[in-house]
Ligand binder design. Structure first.
Ligand code: HMG
Ligand code: MG
Length: 299
């Protein structure tokens, strides 16, 4: 059944910006985006990524971003950390939480983080241990949960195995990424069903990209099963640099509108989110990717 409330995990500053095609987004703009987002009522913002600047140049200013933001009370600022080097930088930047990111597809794992799934899990182990030693929680992502740009089909059983291992290694939450947005609702339910055999529902987040326009439908499908943590991106910003043609996460504004209609609480102000989405879209000279924002407009 539908959950009474949902926690939104805002992806705009990280997943949203990492693939920006409009050139380097100035550090000041990133900082202002995060500060505006933390004034909307969000409790969780993925703010930076401590990855190789050769692989993702857009995210190279993570330390400066973390140093520049106003840390709002009750907001957790998180960052991606693929290895110990990233974790060390993230902890030095005083992030509130970190995330490791693996994949359910071997081909995607190689393209994205340059190693096999097994190697990635072995690499995450000391990262998770070192984070915990500093009292920092670790989120675990599984990418390509409903299809891979390089290898096509991905079985729910394979997704479940990677999710199970990340949980066993100490991740407090597992975010299931439809990286290229190819999934449809029945597939989403079946994938969730497989993961739930190993991961408690309260520890499952969904991370749907909207490439094929299915994200809202897929969200409704898993909300019906009780999923209560949703990753989304203001103005639908984003895409993955290692998944050609992949468009952004589902727009946060569109998710908020869906949830309002279902009487599910989020604590997030829709109009403030819409205004922020128009602001960042203008800064980046891109179309606003939220239909709800386009319909309602700035106020
Ligand atoms: P590698 O080349 O195998 O790493 O990359 P390496 O350990 O051999 O190091 C090579 C060079 O990178 C060295 O520098 C290291 O210092 C440097 P050099 O000696 O050549 O000058 N390096 C780093 N620099 C800064 N920070 C670090 C770091 N690590 C190494 N943390 C690596 C392996 C994982 C580092 C690389 O493949 C990488 O950075 N990948 C990141 C890819 C990425 O960020 N993808 C997007 C995020 S994931 C995503 O979007 C999916 C998600 O949204 C869910 C979904 O939608 O499915 C989460
Ligand atoms: Mg993503």
């Amino acid at each position: 059944s539908l959950p009474p409330q949902v926690r939104i995990v805002e992806m705009g500053p990280r997943d949203g910006l990492q693939n920006a095609t409009s050139g380097f987004v100035p550090t000041e703009v990133k900082i202002t985006l995060i500060d505006r987002l933390s004034a909307t009522g969000l409790t969780h913002i993925e703010a930076a990524s401590f990855v190789s600047p050769k692989w993702v140049p857009q995210m190279r200013d993570g330390a400066a971003v973390m140093a520049g933001i106003q840390r709002a009370k009750g907001v957790t600022y998180a960052a991606l950390t693929p290895n110990l080097q990233g974790l060390t930088a993230a902890l030095a930047a005083n992030v509130g939480e970190v995330a490791v990111f693996g994949a359910a597809s071997e081909a995607f794992s190689q393209k994205n983080i340059n190693c096999s799934i097994a190697e990635s899990l072995a690499r995450f182990e000391p990262v998770i241990e070192a984070a915990h030693a500093q009292g920092v929680r670790v989120r675990g992502y599984v990418s390509t949960v409903m299809g891979c740009p390089y290898q096509g089909d991905v079985s729910p059983a394979q997704v479940a195995q990677v999710a199970r291992q990340l949980l066993a290694m100490g991740c407090y939450e597992i975010s299931l990424g439809d990286t290229i947005g190819v999934g449809t609702p029945l597939q989403a339910k079946r994938m969730l069903e497989a993961v739930r055999q190993y991961v408690p529902l309260e520890q499952i987040a969904v991370h749907f990209h909207d490439t094929y326009g299915q994200a809202i439908a897929n969200l409704y499908a898993v909300l019906e099963e009780g999923v209560a943590i949703i990753d989304s991106s203001v103005a639908g910003l984003g895409g993955c640099p290692y998944a050609a043609g992949a468009s952004g996460n589902v727009a946060t504004e569109d998710v908020l509108y869906l949830l309002q209609g279902l009487d599910i609480a989020t604590g997030v102000d829709l109009q403030a989110m819409i205004n922020t989405g128009f602001w960042i879209s203008q800064q980046m000279q891109r179309q606003n990717g939220s239909k709800v924002a386009l319909a309602k407009g700035i106020k």
